[in-house]
Design a protein around this ligand. Structure first.
Ligand SMILES: Nc1ncnc2c1ncn2[C@@H]1O[C@H](COP(=O)(O)OP(=O)(O)OP(=O)(O)O)[C@@H](O)[C@H]1O
Length: 823
């Protein structure tokens, strides 16, 4: 056995090998040490012949999923080598084979996945500054590919996807290594962010020829034109290499991936990683929690599929007005029609994760409970179709027809499987009576046998006169007759003693043993047939995978929109008018997350006007926003960004009314945090982010700047802030809100027609400042910084001195800047 173990282990030197021995999955040698350390399990050792004492750590076979999940979460690849024949039937060593390779990106099992987010496996191919990226979620079947020519975009796309594992073809000698987050290798291209798991793979499957033929073969097409990637060699190489890896790791499970879809980054609103972080779209900046994020505030979905879809939409808002409007139409219909919305939500809540259940069915890992859940969900779809029968909006119409084949499939599953089947598939109890004649016969035989055993107990009690006599069964001895030791002298002569326990003696009789052989083989035949019927049923589901998934996608989208409609009703959101121009007009906007964290009515709404074609002071391109600390500048900035982003996923927004031009990108630069991980100072992070904005923003972008130039000397900082504001207003003409404590920037408005000053107002009382949180035209003339210091408890002498110093500075410094092109 050890020899076989070592042979298998040699093929997977970089993975942990879980090797089935009896009721355990064992690990040996160094793997045992690692597993014992990582899972805090006892490390034992056993004599292993020539190998001497062998370290081992085992986990019970029925709990392998739980333990494997923990190992995979810690960034290990795990190889499962299972027994593939019945130990009792084996001649010599039980045959074992690798049945599954689990890596972070190739999970299917329910307990290993998070229901509200996709689990992406990605593959990258880099050639100079050009790159190809493919990604798939094998649990839901999504499979996409793209290509680009700027490595920065590759990084941004990976940050959007947050893949669990990234495949990288290399010439590394140690192929097969899985680098855990933070681990480095000289073979990993520099541009790849260190926060992911990387699998170093051979170049071969990622070569043009191999990858291409893999895709052609998988999707049964003659050319890649239909998949949209014929002209994108790097995208093809990434997709082909990814496909090969999936097949390699899934072994006998065939994964049904949807048809490969090619996409372009410029099809979507671009939000870079910093902006996604700053706008707290999926997690908060402060502590990285979901609670307090935009997704948290917006998610009113009823299904896991809807929840995943909403996350995808928020990370990839649209540019296409038509697409946005058809989402809006659906929300509008659902918002206006309360009974429709409520009925739909009620039914959606009864639909399980069809996408992943289908994935497990088609890969052969679904159990009977999965199929029951799938059938129950499918059988809700006709009801769903009836509820939306009169609906007129696009996403509801998509639910109006359920292919009859799916209805029939649901009925068939329900007719075949018992209502509450066991988890194990090979121990019977799955199939209803009346499904299969042979099965019913076998059941009758097994039942007759049970009856025979029950009668035997009664008969033997009568024969022997021992009322406590029992017939029992265990896996080692089979059936036996148990008699308490005190009655042992009354045992008939034909009883053969088999085992002596503390209080009982166990016997067999030739008659019982003969019958036992029949009973056990009848039972095995029954279980086998039940399993075969189940597998055939599961395969039938697998054949309909594409149809089920197509409908699941429609259900997920309707769920997202229904949730957004519910949100719009609960929170008083309205439909923004989406236009192709540059105008951004928000009347009484609110911050969607802060508003929900405050008591009702406490949030102060504020309006915004930016970017009309003929810019005036009322409709500037750039707003300089001043106001004391904690008055609400950051909140206002983010509010505008979030409203624009929500509008571009098709959602209604927290406003009284809004007219919003489509943005190509949203940029933010918000309060600097030291990026210790990359060894950059606060100021350098700030400058990098600002450079990125100035190099990429267009007149269609929305730029939100919260302080620039704070991390350096005042005059340096002010000078940079001035030059940046001027460049944005004159050269780029993006729509910009620039929050700052440098009041000098207010002078810009006097020189440029497309710049306006706004301030967040406060009310000053003798010993306190009241924050009104109202944004009004005009620049603040005072920064209240010293006042804030006093309120925070700085000693009175320090405050006094600070006022003196400020007076001096104000007296001596007279800044006259003027405009770049006017000087
Ligand atoms: N419109 C509003 N209505 C009600 N409360 C608000 C509003 N805007 C901001 N707040 C509250 O004020 C607090 C401070 O806001 P914010 O952080 O935006 O201030 P700031 O002006 O950016 O401060 P600093 O200059 O110190 O960064 C927020 O936590 C929020 O609770």
């Amino acid at each position: 056995m050890y020899q076989h173990y070592v042979e298998v282990k040699d093929q997977y030197p970089h993975a942990l090998l879980l090797y089935r021995v009896g009721d355990f999955f064992e690990t040996f040698f160094q793997d045992a040490v690692t597993v014992s350390r990582e899972l805090e399990l006892v490390l034992t050792s056993k004599h292993g012949g020539e190998a001497g004492r062998v370290a081992m750590t085992g986990v019970p076979h029925h709990a392998w999923e739980r333990y494997t999940t923990l190992l995979v979460e810690k960034g290990y690849a795990v190889v499962i080598c299972d027994q593939v024949e019945d130990a009792s039937e084996a001649v010599g060593l039980v045959r074992r084979e690798v049945t599954r390779i689990l890596t972070p990106g190739t999970l299917l099992e329910e307990g290993m996945l998070k229901s509200s987010r996709n689990n992406y496996l990605a593959a990258v191919v880099i050639a100079g500054t050009h790159w190809g990226l493919a990604y798939a979620d094998i649990s839901t079947g999504e499979f996409l590919t793209t290509q680009g020519s700027d490595l920065e975009h590759l990084t941004q796309e990976l940050m959007r996807l947050q893949p669990s594992e990234v495949l990288v073809p290399t010439n590394a000698p140690d192929l097969g290594v899985l680098l855990r987050p933070g681990e480095t290798s000289p073979h990993l291209p520099q541009c790849l962010p260190p926060s992911f798991c990387y699998s170093l793979r051979s170049q071969v499957p990622f070569s043009q020829g191999e990858a291409r033929s893999k895709l052609l073969q998988k999707f049964k097409v003659r050319s890649l034109e239909g998949l949209g990637c014929d002209h994108l060699p790097l995208a093809v190489r990434a997709a082909g290499g990814l496909l090969e890896y999936v097949e390699d790791t899934q072994k006998e499970n065939t994964v049904s991936l949807q048809r490969l879809r090619t996409y372009t980054l410029t099809d979507y609103l671009i939000i870079d990683h910093q902006t996604r972080r700053n706008l707290e779209i999926t997690q908060t900046v402060r502590d990285g929690t979901f609670h307090g994020s935009l997704l948290w505030a917006l998610d009113r979905t009823s299904t896991a599929m809807g929840s995943r879809a909403l996350r995808r939409w928020l990370l990839q808002p649209l540019l296409d007005i038509k697409g946005i409007r058809s989402r809006q139409d659906t929300i509008q219909e659902l918002k206006e029609n309360t009974p429709l919305r409520q009925d739909l939500r009620y039914l959606l809540r009864q639909i399980y994760d069809l996408e992943r259940l289908t994935g497990r069915a088609s890969s052969g890992t679904a159990n009977a409970r999965d199929l029951i859940a799938l059938a129950d969900s499918l059988s809700r779809l006709p009801e769903l179709a009836r509820v939306v029968a009169d609906a007129s909006s696009p996403f509801l119409k998509a639910l109006q027809k359920v292919p009859p084949v799916l209805e029939e499939l649901a009925q068939k599953i329900q007719a075949h499987l018992v209502e509450a089947p066991p988890i194990h598939l090979k121990e019977g109890g799955l199939i209803r009576p009346g499904v299969n004649v042979l099965l019913d016969e076998r059941k009758a035989t097994v039942e007759a046998d049970h009856q025979w055993i029950a009668n035997l107990e009664v008969d033997e009690r009568a024969k022997t006169g021992i009322p406590t006599l029992k017939v029992g069964f265990n896996e080692t001895f089979g059936y036996y007759i148990s008699i308490s030791r005190t009655k042992a002298d009354q045992v008939p002569a034909n009883y053969i003693r088999k085992q002596t326990l503390k209080n009982e003696e166990r016997y067999i009789t030739p008659e019982l043993k003969e019958r036992e052989a029949r009973i056990l083989s009848a039972r095995d035949d029954l279980y086998k047939l039940e399993y075969e019927i189940f597998v055939a049923l599961r395969e039938e589901v697998g054949e309909q995978a594409e149809a089920i998934r197509q409908l699941s996608r429609a259900v997920a989208a309707a769920d997202v929109l229904c949730g957004l409609a519910e949100l719009a009703v609960q929170q008083g959101y309205f439909r923004p008018e989406m236009i192709s121009g540059r105008e951004l007009e928000i009347v009484d906007g609110r911050h969607p997350v802060v508003e929900q964290s405050l008591p009702a009515g406490f949030f102060v709404p504020n309006s915004t006007q930016l970017g009309q074609d003929s810019s005036t002071k009322d409709n500037p391109d750039l707003i300089i926003l001043t106001g004391p600390n904690a008055s609400g500048k950051s909140c206002y900035l983010r509010q505008v960004g979030l409203i624009q982003l929500m509008a571009q996923i098709g959602s209604f927004v927290p406003v009284k009314s809004a007219k919003l031009g489509i943005c190509d990108r949203i940029f933010t630069r918000v309060g600097a945090v030291d990026d210790l991980a990359t060894g950059q100072s606060t100021f350098m992070v700030e400058m990098n982010e600002t450079a990125n904005i100035l190099n990429h923003a267009t007149s269609r972008s929305l730029v939100l700047l919260d302080e620039i130039g704070r991390g350096t000397a005042t005059f340096d900082g002010l000078s940079i802030a001035w030059a940046v504001a001027e460049y944005l207003a004159i050269e780029i003409r993006s729509r910009t809100i620039f929050a700052t404590h440098y009041h000098e920037l207010n002078e810009l408005a006097g020189m440029l027609t497309n710049v306006a000053n706004y301030q967040v107002t406060v009310k000053e009382l003798p010993d306190q400042i009241i924050f009104l949180h109202q944004v009004q035209p005009g620049g603040a003339d005072k920064s209240y910084g010293i006042e804030a210091g006093r309120l925070a408890g700085l000693p009175a002498v320090v405050i006094q001195r600070a006022k003196q110093v400020m007076g001096q500075i104000e007296k001596h410094s007279k800044i006259a800047i003027g405009l770049k092109n006017l000087t």
